[in-house]
Design a protein around this ligand. Structure first.
Ligand code: ADP
Ligand code: MG
Length: 375
């Protein structure tokens, strides 16, 4: 859980701080008619630095697992304005032209640095490439393709699983290179939309950056006695992925005033989130009720529970996952269905005005946590 500080606007307006971290992995919400405490594996209060979040969330371990060949995924969820993008990318994506100070860099840049360090310290030869997509209205767009973003078809093949046809994948070997790709990916979204529309756009779309890590471990030691020669010996290659998902805002979309277009967006967001959360039997009843009244927040509730319950299941007990229901689930099929490892970061605002969304996010996250803690 990450609680962001009150923004200047919130402070000026006199919003109350209703969320407090008690320092022992618990979050306390106290407002007029609410008084609740929630426990989590890690809670980061408003004062927590980006570095603290990186080190305390297990992100570093996730990077190491990806290097070891696992499919690792980080989801940031929460209502619009709760700090998802800030947590993942730092203030870089907020439309500032100046690069962010290093201290403010987000989980993504820190992970990239960690990956490149690993590549050196392990003496292994990592081949890194990245792709960057967004899903908006159930359309997949490539954020790295030159020219205006256009919708790309999603395909399936026996060897590759689900993949995006003609998706751009760019190799990188330095921190600057990947930082540029991140920036470049954020730009088409900016160019396409006005500042006002951008906010709405980014809050209604999912963004997925995936780093593909192929590792060719090369021994730097001479071959053992009796070996053929002193040349480096190559081990079988491993292939891991590290995927960062900045989910669409989980807030309820108000029915009033929502034009046809907005309703389509809301439905498509719901479809994505619903598909992710649908299948586990223990959550069946809730899934059914959210289908009757699908709002993104309650559906998002199921998302983490689902991802994490999959991780908690012993291998071999297969569960049906409705990949066909949404582009997001299909793209994440490998991480969610195979030997995937998932970190969920719930972002919340401390403001009294966000109370109901905050409670909804916390309930959802604590459900997810209860599922995870099973050995
Ligand atoms: P979201 O992506 O969830 O819609 P943002 O990441 O864009 O939200 O954050 C909303 C605003 O709050 C931004 O102006 C951002 O800079 C600020 N913000 C979010 N989290 C923090 C934080 N931990 N520290 C300082 N400012 C933050
Ligand atoms: Mg955002």
């Amino acid at each position: 859980i990450r609680v962001r500080p009150l923004t200047c606007t919130e402070t000026r307006r006199g919003d109350q701080r209703v969320v407090h971290s008690l320092g022992d992995g618990t979050v306390h919400v106290s407002a007029a008619r609410h008084d609740a405490t929630f426990g989590f594996s890690a809670v980061f209060d408003a004062g927590a630095s980006q570095e603290t979040v990186f080190e305390g969330s297990g992100m570093r371990q996730l990077v190491e697992l990806a290097v070891d060949g696992f499919s690792c995924t980080v989801f940031a969820f929460g209502q619009t304005g709760s700090g998802k993008t800030y947590t993942l990318m730092g203030p870089l994506a907020q439309g500032e032209t100046q690069p962010a100070p290093p201290g403010l860099l987000g989980l993504m840049q820190r992970s990239f640095a960690c990956l490149l360090e690993q590549s050196q310290s392990r003496g292994s030869d990592l081949v890194l490439s990245t792709s960057y997509l967004e899903i908006y209205n159930e359309q997949v767009r490539d954020l790295l393709s030159p020219g205006p973003p256009c919708a790309l078809p999603l395909r399936w093949s026996k060897t590759r699983g689900f993949y995006v046809e003609n998706q751009v994948s760019v190799d990188f070997e330095s921190l600057d290179a990947i930082a540029n790709l991140l920036q470049q990916g954020a730009e088409p979204r900016r160019r396409q939309t006005s500042a006002h529309a951008l906010n709405r756009h980014s809050s209604r779309s999912h963004a997925l950056l995936t780093v593909h890590i192929r590792s060719r471990a090369v021994s730097t030691h001479p071959a053992p006695m009796g070996g053929q020669s002193g040349g480096p010996s190559t081990y079988p290659s491993k292939q891991g992925t590290l995927c960062f998902v900045d989910l669409a805002g989980s807030e309820r979309v108000k029915e009033t005033g929502s034009s046809g277009e907005l309703s389509v967006e809301a439905n498509n967001i719901n479809r994505s989130l619903l598909a992710l959360g649908k299948s586990p039997p223990t959550m069946g009843a809730e899934a059914a009720s959210s289908q009757q009244n699908p709002d993104a927040a309650s559906v998002a509730h199921l998302l983490a529970g689902h991802c994490i319950s999959l991780l908690a299941k012993p291998r071999g007990k297969r569960m049906h996952i409705p990949y066909r229901d949404s582009k997001l689930t299909r793209l994440l099929a490998r991480s969610l269905g195979g030997s995937g490892i998932t970190l969920m970061i719930a972002c919340i605002s401390p403001s009294s005005r966000c109370l109901s969304e905050t409670l909804s996010t916390l309930h959802y996250a604590s459900r997810a946590r209860r599922v995870t803690t099973r050995p």
